[in-house]
Ligand binder design. Structure first.
Ligand SMILES: Cc1cc2nc3c(=O)[nH]c(=O)nc-3n(C[C@H](O)[C@H](O)[C@H](O)COP(=O)(O)OP(=O)(O)OC[C@H]3O[C@@H](n4cnc5c(N)ncnc54)[C@H](O)[C@@H]3O)c2cc1C
Length: 374
């Protein structure tokens, strides 16, 4: 029998899509190469926008996610003038965003899948896919099947023909920093010449993302705790004092995206469609908006893989997708260098942003809701 929708990849994006489709009455099943429940072991800490909180609430999982609210965001650059602050109070929202572990999000989604009776096939790796006009045949390690539409949420972009790529020659060092004083919900984004240094309030600590050259990241990863703490303190400056550091992971960073997120009977979502630099914390947020839009577009569809439906989805998502990619990419290119003129120009831009509430509000709403804010 030909299935309706098969999702390849049961990470946070694949599971969110399955739930979103279920809410629209579209049957879907998930196949993941890892055993079911493996996503609960993922170590990333994610900043979720206000809009993502609303989506996860609509999917019925928000109450299960342990999230720390962000009430202020402070943006500055190291070694030059200019800073700006965005506050939840000014934007008249309860929180500008939230910080949650990928693991807690995955557990909440998996629980909801079980409640909804959605099939999750663990240890089922996709080996090959062959589309034709009527369906697409998938060769999986668990057996072959046919479906009208395959949604790839595999967390990476394979060797596709049309991929746009930029290597920033940067790695992110992720760790947990304990502040000497309570963080009071303030997130910090500090741009340095070798990349951004972000602090996200997470439980009583900060989840830190420190971007630097790959060789420096390896060196920092191997440092004793006291030395690493002193290095990060010096890099961040005196505005926040750290008392302890825990855990450390390294991720290579780059921008990689498919020129087209759809093809015959196929759609790519999340990191399988675009792998973004985590500077603006937009990867999962964008993916959630994509999942909701796709699910809405497929409700009541006799054939969920029909070319006109996929074309409509791609057209509807173009502005948000390309805007999010462009904003993330320009933040890195404008802020991660030591050019004298640029350093002063961006200082002036931050001061201007600080003095122009409507512009600041526009940026805040773009980050909170995606292109809906335009
Ligand atoms: C350092 C860092 C910080 C980040 N911070 C943020 C942030 O603050 N906010 C934000 O919104 N985003 C952030 N992101 C991005 C976010 O982590 C990703 O967008 C999100 O986790 C991607 O989820 P996913 O489900 O697409 O992929 P994954 O979580 O990687 O899941 C993919 C799944 O597919 C399975 N799979 C792979 N290949 C196959 C196959 N052939 N067959 C079957 N199954 C397969 C895997 O086993 C896995 O379970 C960050 C990313 C990084 C690297």
């Amino acid at each position: 029998m030909t299935k309706s929708v098969v999702i390849v990849g049961g990470g946070p994006v694949g599971m969110s899509l399955a739930l979103a489709l279920h809410k629209q009455g579209v049957a879907a099943e998930i196949h993941d190469l890892r055993p079911r429940g493996a996503a609960a072991g993922d170590q990333r800490i994610l900043a979720l926008s206000h809009g993502s909180m609303q989506i996860l609430s609509a999917l019925g999982v928000w109450s299960q996610i342990k999230a720390t609210p962000i009430t202020n965001i402070h943006v500055s650059q190291r070694g030059a003038a200019g800073r700006t602050r965005i506050s939840a109070q000014e934007e008249q929202v309860e929180a500008l965003g939230y910080v949650a572990s990928s693991s807690s999000i995955a557990m909440a989604l998996d629980h909801a899948l079980k409640e909804a009776g959605i099939c999750f096939h663990g240890e089922s790796r996709l080996l090959d896919a062959t589309p034709d006009d009527a369906a697409i045949t998938l060769k999986l390690s668990s057996g072959d099947l046919q479906t009208r539409l395959v949604a790839y949420a595999e967390g990476k972009i394979g060797e596709a023909a049309e991929v746009v790529e930029r290597d920033y020659d940067q790695h992110a060092l992720i760790c947990r920093l304990t502040p000497a004083r309570p963080h009071q919900g303030t997130a910090w984004e500090r741009f340095t010449s070798h990349g951004p240094f972000a602090l996200l309030p997470f439980e009583n600590d900060y989840a830190a993302v420190y971007v630097c050259k790959p060789t420096d990241a390896e060196r920092l990863k191997a440092m004793p705790d006291a030395e690493l703490l002193a290095h990060l303190q010096q890099e961040f400056g005196p505005r926040v004092q750290f008392s302890a550091v825990q855990g450390r992971f390294i991720y290579p960073l780059g921008l990689r995206y498919r020129a087209q997120p759809t093809a015959q009977r196929q759609v790519w979502l999340g990191n399988a469609a675009q792998t973004l630099h985590p500077v603006a914390g937009q990867g999962f947020n964008l993916a959630l908006r994509d999942c909701m839009a796709l699910a809405h577009g497929l409700s009541d569809a006799a054939d969920p893989g029909a070319p006109e439906l996929l074309a409509r989805y791609a057209a509807n998502r173009k502005l948000d997708r390309s805007g999010t990619i462009a904003i993330t990419d320009s933040l890195i290119r404008v802020f991660s260098n030591d050019d004298f003129l640029l350093k002063h120009a961006r200082g002036a831009a931050l001061i201007a942003l600080d003095m122009l509430p409507p512009l600041r509000s526009f940026l805040a709403r773009r980050m909170m809701f995606g292109a809906r804010a335009w």
